[in-house]
Design a protein around this ligand. Structure first.
Ligand SMILES: CC(C)(COP(=O)(O)OP(=O)(O)OC[C@H]1O[C@@H](n2cnc3c(N)ncnc32)[C@H](O)[C@@H]1OP(=O)(O)O)[C@@H](O)C(=O)NCCC(=O)NCCS
Length: 173
């Protein structure tokens, strides 16, 4: 069954704040998360996840030896894109290289494709984020292209990559 992803609980607040309060993580994510990231911010995030529509937001902690070591979500899109979901994740820096992200991405894809009508999961890592691109490739995502000059992060313009995995291809993984 699932060995790395588990549902959030409010007891994860302290560890979540410690994980994400790190520029090496925040520099690879979209803007909008506060820095410093406080335990209050973590509590608000976890509460919002617990209150969210369970068919629109699939959100798990990435667990390592029972501790919160990261976060992974698939967020359903709307309108004509409503059968697609966007994937996002991060892992605590001391746990990088242990295979946690790879296992978490595989597990959340299985969960979403099994428990919802979503047929496409995609991610848009910054083009320089080789580790994240590698994780996606290891999990059976195909690179569908480069979105040129697609983001501004910390005052600089970057390309992003577009990776996707389809439910229809899942029997091959
Ligand atoms: C990207 C991230 C999630 C990876 O987590 P992780 O648990 O270390 O990932 P894994 O251990 O499962 O796999 C990492 C893979 O990337 C590779 N890798 C690591 N750094 C790399 C680099 N600079 N260039 C190329 N590959 C790299 C590893 O060797 C490994 O591949 P391998 O198994 O073939 O050797 C983590 O570094 C992170 O949280 N970064 C900050 C937030 C972020 O980037 N989130 C994703 C936004 S799209």
């Amino acid at each position: 069954m699932y060995t790395v992803i588990r549902p959030w609980t409010l007891s994860d607040v302290k560890e979540l704040a410690a994980v994400i309060n790190n520029p090496h993580i925040l520099n690879n994510l979209r803007d909008g998360l506060p820095y410093p990231y406080t335990e209050r911010d973590a509590a608000e995030f976890i509460s919002s996840v617990l209150d969210a529509d369970k068919s629109s937001l699939f959100a798990f902690t990435i667990s390592h030896n029972g501790h919160c070591a990261g976060s992974i979500t698939v967020t359903r899109n709307v309108n004509v894109h409503r059968l697609t979901g966007e994937l996002g994740y991060y892992v605590a820096e001391p746990c990088w290289g242990l295979g946690l992200a790879t296992r978490a991405v595989s597990e959340i894809c299985d969960f979403v494709f099994t428990n919802s009508d979503i047929i496409r999961i995609y991610a848009e890592p910054f083009a320089y984020n080789s580790a994240s691109c590698r994780v996606l490739e290891k999990c059976g995502f195909s690179c569908e292209g480069v979105l040129r000059n697609n983001v501004i992060k910390n005052g600089k313009i970057y390309d992003t990559m577009l990776y996707a995995r389809l439910k229809a291809q899942d029997k091959t993984f």
